[in-house]
Write a protein that binds this ligand. Structure first.
Ligand code: GLN
Length: 198
């Protein structure tokens, strides 16, 4: 059975876990570096990126995540998770993991009160459009070479991007009943497993 970990130091990891469990995936909470050895893919959830970054240091798991990402493990960051995956931020804090060729700006759509929902066209998952929930969402300021835009807002702002084994979304698919982006990530994990076996 496919096993996907959800980084569970802070944020809405429980919602991702429920979503994956409902899709018949063995979903496990990850807090310790050695737990990464046992999973086929990892989700970094939404939450507060400064807190997540601090806790990654305290739990001493940061470098192990970087190593796993570089060895091809599929990793999906949602919202704060997307901030963590970035190469650099326009903000002073936190220091991201520098895994994706992206520059990200935190809270760039405004404050909590400016949170919004919008239907996004995502070819990779088909119709109908995906209802994206944006909560103090980060914005991609720069998308570098090798990063594919899978979904953008009506104003052309990219909100779902992929770079090889890494996926990042500025919205929260775990807060909707629509499982299609989780299914897309599960496919990434399955493909990686079959690549590893070849
Ligand atoms: N604004 C948060 C941050 O900067 C992210 C918000 C979220 O994950 N919903 O970390």
């Amino acid at each position: 059975m496919l096993k996907i970990g959800i980084l569970a130091v802070q944020g809405d990891f429980a919602e991702h876990k429920l979503m994956l469990t409902n899709l018949d995936i063995d979903a496990v909470e990850i807090r310790l570096p050695e737990q990464l050895e046992d999973i086929d893919g990892l989700i970094i959830p939404g939450g507060e990126s400064t807190t997540i970054a601090q806790l990654l240091n305290i739990f001493d798991i940061k470098n192990s995540i970087i190593t796993k990402a570089k060895s091809g493990m599929p990793i999906w960051g949602t919202c704060a998770g997307m901030i963590m995956l970035a190469n650099s931020l326009t903000d002073k804090r936190p220091t991201p993991l520098k895994l994706m060729n992206t520059v990200v700006s935190r809270n760039a759509f405004g404050r909590q009160i400016d949170s919004f929902e919008e239907n996004i066209e995502i070819k990779a998952i088909g119709h109908p459009k995906y209802r994206g929930i944006f909560i103090r969402a980060p914005m991609f300021i720069q998308i570098g070479e090798g990063v594919e835009v899978l979904g953008k807002l009506n104003d052309d702002n990219p909100v779902l991007v992929r770079e090889k084994n890494l996926l990042a979304s500025s919205f929260h698919p775990e807060l909707t009943p629509d499982t299609r982006i989780h299914e897309y990530f599960i496919k990434m994990v399955k493909n990686q497993i079959s690549n590893d076996n070849n």
